[in-house]
Each structure stands twice: as C-alpha cells, then as structure tokens.
Design a protein around this ligand. Structure first.
Ligand code: SAH
Length: 263
C-alpha cells in the first residue's frame, strides 16, 4: 500500500523543505516523490542535510512542470490544504484519508497522490479542483498553516498507521479488484471533451462559467468512475457532438399533424 503512495510538492521554494519532506517520507516508509516546478535547486547542501540520510529520495525524485503530468497515472488525488476554499469539496482529516487507502489500493492500477502546496501561497483553486478530495490537518483555526515537511509528516504518519493496522488484520479480506479505475489523465481528457461539447451545445458559456466545470468535476470525481464507465461517457459525448452538428429535420409544409383515426 505504501508503495502506491506518491508525495507531490508543487512550487516548493526552499530546498531545505524538500529535504525535510524526503526525511519524513522515508521515516514512514514512502519513497515516491514528485516535484512540480520547484523554485530553485533540489540537491543542495541544505536539502541533503535536512534529508538526514534520505537523500536517495531526492536523487530519485521525478520533476515535472505541471500537476497534470505529475499525477497523470494516479487514480486518487488528494490535495492538502491549510484553508477552506470558496466551493466546498469533499474534505477528509488525515486519519479519514488513511482509512480509505486499503480499499483504494485494492484496485490493480491504484496509485494515490498526496499533493502539497507552496510555502507562501499553498495550492491554487485550479489545482484543488483537480483533486478528488482535500485533506486538512485540524489545526488551531487562528494559526492553521504547518511547515511543509511537518504537514507531510502528519499525513504520511496516518497512512503508515492504517498500513500497520492492515498488516495486523486477518488475511483474506484484502483481495484485489480487476476493475481498473479511471486515472487522472483519463479524467482530464474527459473534462476537456465535456467542456467542449457543453460549449458546442450552448449549455456552457466559457465567458460566464459560474463554476459549472468545477461543480461537474466534483460530481464525476465523487463517483470514482472505472475506465470502462468513462469510455461510455466519452461515447455519449461523441454521439452528442455528432447530433449537434446535424440540423434538426425540417417540419413538413403540408400541415399534417398527428393523424387522428377516422371511423
Ligand atoms: N501559506 C499557505 C500554506 C503553506 S504551507 C496557505 O495559506 O495556504 C505549505 C503546504 O503545507 C500547504 O500548501 C499544504 O499543502 C500543507 N499544509 C500546511 N498546513 C496544513 C494543514 N493544516 N492541513 C493540510 N495541509 C497543510
């Protein structure tokens, strides 16, 4: 289960914090580290020193330029946020998140991303809308923001506790599932198609979005579609696109309405 967890840091500005995160992860038995557009060097004296022996995670870290790229193959994406945002999203405590993981990881292709934001400004709304759920560490409301590595420590500690409980549970209840869940990349392709179709049929006006796409994202991600189900939904969009380009049949000019039977 722990091997299926990826920690993703977006726009980190202090190399020392990346080192601190590597240490926190290695302490808890996680090793998959993704860095999105880090602002500065990754391997520095400070990051190596803060990693305290976990610097192999820094050397193996995968660097990408966008969140989409970093979590493309992930089937469950969770964004860690210190603040509540305008459009409410499914919200979990670290413990609730951790308790979902054994079930989540039953799927063959399961991969879970734990996404953490910038030291100065956290995650953007757009990034948070790309997540299935948000995780908030219940802190003092007047002083809610933890240091990045501390936040990673708390979340990954709960994941480890859930894993330890799973190890202690009687065998037999942990069979894997054949159903392949839709990945982040599958979902993003679907949302792009959906927005295009909704615009074509004039249901959606990109100039007056009124959070339509965010609400639809929240709805679809709550349903946790399998790949096969997403294929059906994409098929419906393709058929809708096609129907929308076919002009409706012209009404006949002979005024023949529905026929009434004559006796
Ligand atoms: N000043 C930023 C917080 C930055 S802390 C803000 O106001 O949003 C860096 C990152 O650590 C955050 O983006 C978040 O991913 C994580 N983090 C910090 N405190 C957290 C908390 N209480 N719950 C969940 N994540 C937290």
């Amino acid at each position: 289960m722990l091997e299926r967890l990826r920690t993703v840091l977006i726009g980190t500005s202090h190399p020392g914090n990346i080192g601190g995160v590597a240490r926190a992860m290695h302490n808890m038995g996680l090793s998959d580290l993704g860095l999105v557009a880090p602002r500065g060097e990754i391997i520095t004296q400070e990051s190596i020193s803060r990693a305290s022996g976990a610097d192999h995670l820094l050397h193996n870290a995968r660097v990408s330029q966008t969140l989409d790229e970093a979590v493309a193959d992930c089937t469950f994406v969770v964004g860690a946020s210190a603040r509540s945002r305008t459009l409410p999203w499914p919200m979990l405590s670290p413990r609730e998140l951790a308790h979902r993981l054994p079930e989540e990881c039953r799927h063959d292709n399961a991969r879970v991303a734990l996404v953490f934001g910038r030291e100065d400004s956290g995650l953007t709304n757009e990034e948070l809308h790309r997540c299935h759920a948000h995780v908030h560490i219940p802190t003092n409301a007047d002083f809610s923001s933890l240091n990045l590595a501390a936040a990673v420590q708390v979340v990954t500690y709960e994941c480890r506790m859930a894993w330890l409980e799973q190890q202690a549970a009687p065998a037999g209840a942990d069979g894997t599932s054949d159903e392949r869940l839709a990945s982040h990349a599958d979902l993003e392709r679907y949302f792009t198609h959906l927005e295009h179709t909704l615009t074509t049929i004039e249901f959606h006006d990109p100039d007056k979005p009124r959070q339509l796409m965010a609400r639809l994202r929240r709805l679809y991600m709550r349903a946790r579609p399998e790949q096969i189900e997403l294929n059906i939904l994409r098929g419906i969009l393709t058929a809708t696109d096609k129907a929308a380009t076919i002009k409706p049949p012209r009404r006949r000019a002979d005024n023949s309405g529905p026929r009434t039977p004559t006796h």
